[in-house]
Design a protein around this ligand. Structure first.
Ligand SMILES: Cc1cc2nc3c(=O)[nH]c(=O)nc-3n(C[C@H](O)[C@H](O)[C@H](O)COP(=O)(O)OP(=O)(O)OC[C@H]3O[C@@H](n4cnc5c(N)ncnc54)[C@H](O)[C@@H]3O)c2cc1C
Length: 433
């Protein structure tokens, strides 16, 4: 094909081993992992870094499982967030009815149970503000000469050949119009333009629920206890956070509500909103006061029909999205990162093509089962608990009480929650990549 010289002059191409589209928490973690291992990365995001770290961008905190902490530590990101990470020492699960009454039967997980009662046992995980995670990732990324961060810039096209990919970018302030790479990775979230450009279909449905998120300050200390209270409209989680700069006790709330009542809750004034929270959670932490903004997230289940295609892989929410009932969506994405980074680094060390089909198939096989299990568990839990039918209430309360009395079953469930069950990639096991 003859290239128009004028057009050619306007093309500015960046060359890398891997082009990652999407600089959310998953895309940035993958960029750091690969660049740290000497693989040249070009990372693209539609929004500039200061926008992605602005307070208004994302009010969520994430429950980071022990296995995900190992991944972040292994690539040098954990020290940038450790001071703002609240250890989860205890998890308490209870069941409530439509009148706000809590069942006496509850499931109680103590982090020491996994280590035979040892007080120095590692916590289940940590609660960290998403903004803190993003900032730590951006700082680490900036320190890696093998990573190039192009933002704001949007993907406009994807051309794949037997030998590589060309990612076209729409006009953007970075001036770069194209990335030439061996492999493209879609880390561009639930609506993934990369997935659409590759023609990968999804199975998906919307939950009739909205996730309301806010932070509350409270009178009494939380002692590292995370509460999950099942209500007929959906789970209500109170997650312990580190104190704020004024030393106030804080927790992050993830409150699942049916869509119409959620809109009403979002419109309440501060006092009425606080009263609704107290009605649901009770007074075990003393007076509760919302601080900062409120966010509402539509909830969706989504699964891509494949995570790998010619010279392409999908990670994080671009490949799968699950209900936040167990706080596992990001943890799944970080396990994708650990598995894909290991497959690519192993191929590179053996002198193989990192974009070859068998390398990407290894990643896909590794990740599909873990994702499908969590998808089924979170969807099933949400269906079982988000209703007020008496027989179901009795059955699940008896179920919670039975699990609570079976230490071996509790240990299996705890290992899953900590992200340390199944065939684990090196980074999740705490070994170098
Ligand atoms: C209420 C709620 C609470 C949650 N709590 C937890 C929890 O406690 N623990 C947990 O593990 N998970 C939790 N999750 C899930 C978790 O937040 C997500 O799984 C995670 O944020 C997904 O990250 P990601 O990087 O894959 O996608 P995203 O965060 O969606 O990032 C995608 C990125 O791609 C960029 N992008 C999009 N389009 C383009 C384009 N055209 N060109 C270039 N860039 C583009 C976007 O700007 C964005 O930065 C929760 C989810 C919800 C809704």
């Amino acid at each position: 094909m003859v290239t128009n010289p004028e057009q050619h002059d306007l093309i500015q191409t960046v060359t890398a081993d891997v082009a990652i589209i999407g600089g959310g928490m998953v895309g940035m973690t993958l960029a750091v992992a690969l660049a740290d291992a000497g693989i040249a990365v070009a990372l693209v995001d539609a929004q500039a870094a200061p926008e992605r770290t602005a307070t208004s961008y994302d009010g969520r905190s994430s429950a980071i499982a022990f296995g995900s902490q190992q991944v972040l530590a292994g690539i040098g990101v954990w020290p940038g967030m450790a001071a703002e990470a609240q250890p989860i020492l205890d998890i308490r699960v209870s069941d409530g009815d439509a009148r706000g009454r809590t069942s006496r039967l509850f499931l109680h997980y103590d982090h020491r149970d996994l280590a035979g009662g040892d007080a120095d046992a590692p916590p289940f995980g940590h609660i960290i503000e998403n903004q803190v995670i993003r900032r730590a990732l951006l700082d680490r990324l900036a320190a890696l000469p093998t990573a190039r961060h192009l933002a704001p810039a949007r993907i406009a096209g994807l051309a794949r050949t037997a030998g590589g990919v060309r990612v076209a970018l729409s006009p953007n302030p970075t001036g770069v119009t194209e990335i030439a790479a061996t492999l493209a990775i879609g880390a561009d979230g639930q609506g993934s333009p990369v997935r659409a450009l590759a023609g990968i279909r999804v199975t998906d449905w919307s939950y009739p629920q909205t996730g309301i998120v806010c932070t509350v300050a409270h009178e009494k200390p939380h002692h590292g206890v995370a509460h999950e209270h099942f209500l007929p409209s959906g789970p209500f989680a109170m997650l312990p956070m580190v104190p704020d700069q004024e030393g106030r006790n804080r927790s992050s709330i993830v409150w699942t509500e049916r869509r119409a009542p959620a809109r009403t809750m979002m419109a309440l004034d501060a006092d009425a909103f606080a009263a609704e929270i107290e009605h649901r959670f009770g007074d075990s932490l003393g007076r509760l006061r919302p601080v900062g903004g409120r966010w509402a997230y539509p909830l969706r289940l989504l699964h891509a029909e494949r995570y790998a295609d010619d010279r392409l892989a999908l990670v994080g929410d671009a490949a799968h999205a699950i209900h936040p009932i167990a706080g596992q969506g990001l943890n799944l994405g970080l396990r994708d990162v650990a598995a894909l980074a290991e497959a690519l680094v192993d191929a590179r060390r053996l002198g193989l093509d990192i974009g070859a089909a068998d390398v990407l198939e290894r990643y896909e096989r590794w990740r599909r089962f873990d994702t499908l299990v969590l998808m089924a568990v979170t969807d099933g839990l949400n269906r079982l608990f988000s209703n007020d039918l008496l027989p179901l209430r009795l059955a699940r309360d008896l179920g919670l009480a039975a699990v609570n009395r079976l230490p071996s079953l509790k240990r299996v469930l705890m290992r899953h929650a900590m992200g340390t069950a199944g065939e684990l990639p090196r980074l999740v096991r705490g070994e170098p990549l």
